[in-house]
Design a protein around this ligand. Sequence first.
Ligand code: G3P
Length: 215
Amino acid sequence: MKFFIDTADIDEIREAYSVGVVDGVTTNPSLIAQTGRPFDAVLHDICEIVDGPISAEAVSERAADLIAEGRDLEAIHRNIVVKLPLTLDGLKACKALTNDDIKTNVTLCFSANQALLAAKAGATYVSPFVGRLDDIGHIGMELISQCVTIFANYPDLHTQVLVASVRNPTHVTEAAMVGAHVATIPFKVIQQLVRHPLTDSGIQKFLSDWTKVPA
Ligand code: G3P
């Protein structure tokens, strides 16, 4: 399973990418707004750091405007993936941009039928939001399982399931267990993936015992 980092924070991206286990980046308008910086400046810096798919969201509503935005975003760097909303206009734009060999990530997906439509529109990725479904009492991971199963039933569907709205390490484990293609993970959760108290205590014990080894 590929790991993308879900942030627009350059320092977080630089640190996470330096480990060598992060394959790409996803951003969204809220994450970009949190930086307090212009969109193109943030994208430029991310493209300088990460050699992998970098999702940048188009914010128009009408298909024609989404298509124009998508072309402008794709022109910034070869690694840019255009994020589009799961609406009829978003699907129309996805189809048009896909026909122009522009990579797309159809986002704000909350049902298997929405995901199937995104795949039929040729999306490179579809982003079902697990955490936001959990937040309202649904079992978000069931949607991921449905998407993976449906896509596997039809080999002509090439869309990758990109698990988004990840809130904790369990989401990452469960996404991998059901065979999701990608999980996009906040920096805080990436840090949590690494930590385990038994690892920490084991390291301390080994280092302590090592001091007793004769020179
Ligand atoms: O960036 C898309 C998605 O991962 C955002 O998730 O629910 O934490 O805003 P959320």
